[in-house]
Structure formats: structure tokens, C-alpha cells
Design a protein around this ligand. Structure first.
Ligand code: ADP
Ligand code: MG
Length: 243
């Protein structure tokens, strides 16, 4: 589903991603961990074309996304196929929950209003808030808003879901309800890349954990392997701070 080879990305002089090699298979759940500023968000954002990269290759579901300066024919296709959920939920505040979810399928996929509305209701059921369709985002809790954001991403029937610290802005009591939805998605076979500090979730749900240090993948493996017997001293130091 994702094939990244020797990807490098700089912001000006600042070399942020270094020789990233990473493959994600269909149905796989990959959790990315690492200190703040290590490049996790930049990597995730490159994968759906929100950031351009400088060198290397990046292929998502068979569509090659060219580095900076290349043609970007694949970009629209990739954005349709890849769902993204951010730390800040980024819902449209002036639209009802239902309208938030209907917008992209109607605009991008040409779905009819009736179809999009039905689909929105089904998706809200799926994320456990079927009764909130006609509320506005600010009438919902953070956990509910993030579940709407997940439903909105799913409305495009993505082949890959990217999550960038989806629970970091939530009050602690709401973290669980969002992780539950993500756990269920993983169980249903969705291909997922998740940046998170929720190590319990990573251990339970991830097929593979990747540790990034200063823009480089320095460790990767099955969760038990990375958490219980990390090989790299940087990983050990990081885990001893967060676990
Ligand atoms: P993480 O998500 O692991 O905290 P980021 O990918 O957000 O890390 O950032 C990696 C590095 O790139 C940081 O040093 C950050 O300051 C820098 N950076 C991120 N986005 C930009 C940008 N748009 N312009 C310049 N520097 C950036
Ligand atoms: Mg980040």
C-alpha cells in the first residue's frame, strides 16, 4: 500500500527526514513513535502530499507521488484514497456534523445529497454517535468531535488511514473512546499508519512499531520486540522516558 525508498525532506537548511525506507502492506497497522520534532508529522504529511519531499520515491497504492518539482497527477488520486485524522479535529465549525461528513463525498465523488446523508448516518453509527448528526461541532465533546473527524475521513472510503496524534488534544477520559474506534477499524482490516504516544494501544493494535530519531528510522519491529527488547540505545532512552 505504501512504498517509500530513500526519502529525504528538508525545510530550507533543516534536514528533517533522512533516507526513510518504509513499506506498509495492505491491512497492516504501523505505529510511529518518537520524540517531539523527530519528523513524524512530516513523514505522515508527505504520504498524502500535504508536504513535498526532496529526493527518493514514494508510491501509495500504486500511484507514484513525485518529489518537489515533479508533476503531481497522482496527488488528487492519492488524496481521495488516503484519509487523514489530525490532532486538532479540523471540523468545519459552521456545518452540522452530518454536513461535515457529506461534503467531500458530494464534492469529490459526485454523490447525491440523499446518498451522502444516508452514508453519514451509517458512519456516525459506526463510530458510536449515531444520534449526533444534526449537532454542530462545538456542541460535542472532544472525543465525539474526533470520532466525527474519523467518520468524515471514512466517508471517502479510503484505502489507507493516517492518524497524527489523534488523541493528544483530548482530555484523558476521552482518549479511550477514540482508540476504541481505531481498534475496531484495525480489526476490520483497514491499513493504518498511526503516530501516537499511546504505547498501550501500540502494543495491542500495531503489527509493527517504528521509532524515528532525528528524522531517521532507527528501530522497527513487532511491538513486543521494540518495547521489551529495543536494540538501539536511542530507542531504549526514549522508551524509558515515556513508558
Ligand atoms: P514531530 O511530528 O515528530 O513532532 P515534525 O515533523 O512536526 O515532528 O517536525 C520535524 C522538524 O521539522 C521540527 O524541527 C520542526 O520544527 C520542523 N518543521 C516542521 N514543519 C515545518 C515547516 N512547515 N517549516 C519549517 N520547519 C518545519
Ligand atoms: Mg507531530
Amino acid at each position: 500500500m505504501v512504498e517509500i525508498k530513500q526519502l529525504n525532506k528538508s525545510f530550507g537548511e533543516h534536514h528533517v527526514l533522512k533516507d526513510i525506507d518504509l513499506q506498509v502492506k495492505t491491512g497492516e497497522v504501523v505505529v510511529i513513535i518518537g520524540a517531539s520534532g523527530s519528523g513524524k508529522s512530516t513523514l505522515i504529511r508527505c504520504i498524502n502530499g500535504l508536504e513535498e519531499y526532496n529526493t527518493g520515491t514514494l508510491v501509495v497504492d500504486g500511484h507514484g507521488l513525485e518529489p518537489h518539482g515533479g508533476s503531481q497527477k497522482a496527488l488528487n488520486t492519492i488524496r481521495k484514497e488516503v484519509g487523514m485524522v489530525f490532532q486538532q479535529f479540523n471540523l468545519f465549525p459552521h456545518l452540522s456534523v452530518r454536513r461535515n461528513i457529506m461534503l467531500a463525498p458530494m464534492k469529490v465523488k459526485g454523490m447525491s445529497q440523499a446518498q451522502a446523508s444516508d452514508s453519514a448516518e451509517r458512519l456516525l453509527e459506526r463510530v458510536g454517535i449515531g444520534n449526533q448528526a444534526d449537532k454542530y461541532p462545538n456542541q460535542l465533546s472532544g472525543g465525539q468531535q474526533q470520532r466525527v473527524a474519523i467518520a468524515r475521513a471514512l466517508a471517502m472510503e479510503p484505502r489507507l488511514m493516517l492518524f497524527d496524534e489523534p488523541t493528544s488534544a483530548l482530555d484523558p477520559e476521552m482518549v479511550g473512546e477514540v482508540l476504541d474506534v481505531m481498534r475496531e477499524l484495525a480489526r476490520e482490516g483497514m491499513t493504518m499508519m498511526v503516530v501516537t504516544h499511546e504505547m498501550g494501544f501500540a502494543r495491542e493494535v500495531a503489527d509493527r512499531v517504528i521509532y524515528i530519531h532525528e528524522g531517521r528510522i532507527v528501530e522497527e519491529g513487532a511491538p513486543d520486540q521494540v518495547f521489551d527488547t529495543p536494540q538501539n540505545e536511542r530507542t531504549q532512552a526514549f522508551l524509558s522516558r515515556v513508558l
